[in-house]
Design a binder for this molecule. Structure first.
Ligand code: UD1
Length: 419
């Protein structure tokens, strides 16, 4: 991690070289949380060096868990784990802190956890998480800053989620590990992050049927063993670089793509945009002439196009040879990218849940703000396409999820630096 205030990024004519894609943020955070269910030492490989991981580790330390992190290897020792409430001052720094509710409920039948934070991309309620806990026989108490859940005995239940929420599916999976009897979760999320969490929970001894489908049956023994875990690549980071490569003449190799299946939906959209993608031996070669093909796009739950890449898609469509649109279906307030792109003369506007984008020949560098993680990456993408140089302020948002976007893009010849 770089700990800088701003990134300076200038128009770049050609990208060429190799990017080693970092480990996945949204996969590793639930797996770190689930080590609370175990006793002993777990080793997580390919763990990204990002703020969200470090804050999650700080939270685990409050539970008397020993943490050692070096060179993308995270060692978690839960031998002397002890219950403690988790303060809002730390939980408000990341969204995934909410998963500690499910993990602590699963382990101790109680949890006092400060409300989660994360990117301001909508109201982000947690009603589905809490309704599921109630159905497992937990009592819930909430105030402005604290979430308290308690159960004399968590019980398996049959619960249908009203929306396939990623976070709620993860939280209920974790709580189900402490429930007596079978828990059936219907209408669950099917994102790769859920499959990876299920695989990890299976490795520590939880019996899960239906992995990858929208119904999960969970049965957990009283004792869960430790397991090591090799984290998968970050499909959103890989997708960010694929989108950028669609808009700038490129010949780039992405390495570390150990399961190409997880990124097929993103490859499909990039191919529509004109990117040539060829995969072999855990790598993707991505090539383009930088002529983005315009079109109408929509985000959705997996395997639809991920909402996390929507801001970057909007930015690169400014370079397309005609009019485009992007409709957001997952979050209700995720268009902060639009105002910042307008500061660079971007020709785009929001109508209801859709952004309409016109080809912008005079996109020009300016001082812009990163207001959330993926919007920040979109501003970097725009800076590579715009004439002159762009300063992206508030890099801390980007560092929550991108280990070192400056290093990665410099490696392929982008004119980019921390300032
Ligand atoms: C996770 C990801 C985020 C990604 C999102 C959708 C992490 C840390 N974050 O966020 O990067 O954009 O999945 O793929 O993994 N909802 C409710 N009630 C609930 C829960 C969710 O109404 O109890 C709604 C949300 O407001 C939102 C939609 O469901 O409109 C999707 O949210 P969800 O899938 O829960 O996203 P997160 O888990 O927060």
């Amino acid at each position: 991690m770089a700990y800088s205030m701003a990134i300076r990024v200038c128009k770049t004519a050609y990208l060429n070289g190799t990017i080693e894609v970092q480990g996945s943020k949204n996969t590793v955070l639930p797996i770190i949380a689930s080590t609370i269910l175990t006793d002993g030492i777990s080793v997580i490989h390919n763990c990204p060096d990002i703020t969200d991981v470090h804050v999650m580790c700080e939270l685990l330390k409050i539970l008397n868990i020993k943490i050692f992190y070096d060179n993308h290897v995270l060692v978690i020792n839960t031998s002397n784990i002890a219950y403690a409430p988790l303060p809002y001052e730390l939980t408000c720094r990341l969204r995934s802190s909410v998963l500690l509710l499910g993990a602590m409920l699963g382990r101790w039948g109680r949890a006092e956890v400060g409300r989660p934070g994360g990117c301001t991309i909508g109201t982000r309620p947690i009603d589905i998480h809490l309704e599921g806990f109630c159905r497992m026989n937990a009592d819930i108490n909430l105030n402005d800053s604290l979430l308290c859940c308690q159960s004399f005995q968590l019980k398996g239940c049959d619960y249908k989620l009203r929306y396939p929420s990623v976070g709620a599916t993860e939280n209920l999976l974790l709580a189900a590990c402490g429930a007596k009897g079978t828990t059936t979760l219907r209408g669950v999320a099917k994102e790769p992050e859920i499959i990876e969490l299920c695989n990890y929970l299976s490795a520590i001894g939880v019996v899960i049927e239906g992995i990858g489908t929208d119904v999960l049956n969970i049965n957990s023994p009283n004792y869960l063993k430790n397991a090591d875990y090799i984290n998968v690549y970050d499909r959103i980071v890989a997708g960010t670089y694929m989108l950028i490569a669609s808009a700038i003449p490129s010949d780039i190799i992405l390495t570390g793509i150990d399961d190409v299946h997880y990124i097929k939906n993103i490859i499909k959209v990039c191919a529509r945009l004109g990117l040539n993608v060829a995969g072999a031996n855990n790598t993707l070669r991505i090539r383009s002439f930088g002529d983005v093909i315009p079109g109408d796009f929509s985000t959705g739950t997996y395997p639809e196009f991920p909402t996390d890449l929507m801001p970057v898609l909007i930015a690169i469509l400014l370079n397309a040879g005609g009019n485009s649109s992007v409709t957001e279906t997952v979050f209700e307030n995720r268009f902060s990218v639009v105002d910042e792109l307008k500061k660079m003369n971007g020709r785009l506007c929001v109508k209801d849940d859709t952004v309409h984008i016109k080809r912008t020949e005079r996109l020009s560098g300016n001082v812009v703000l990163a207001t959330d993680l993926r919007q920040g990456a979109a501003m970097v993408a725009a800076g590579l396409m715009a004439t002159g140089c762009t300063t992206v302020m508030d890099v801390s948002y980007i560092e929550r999820g991108y280990e070192n976007i400056v290093r990665d893009l410099s490696n392929v010849g982008a004119k980019i630096s921390y300032i």
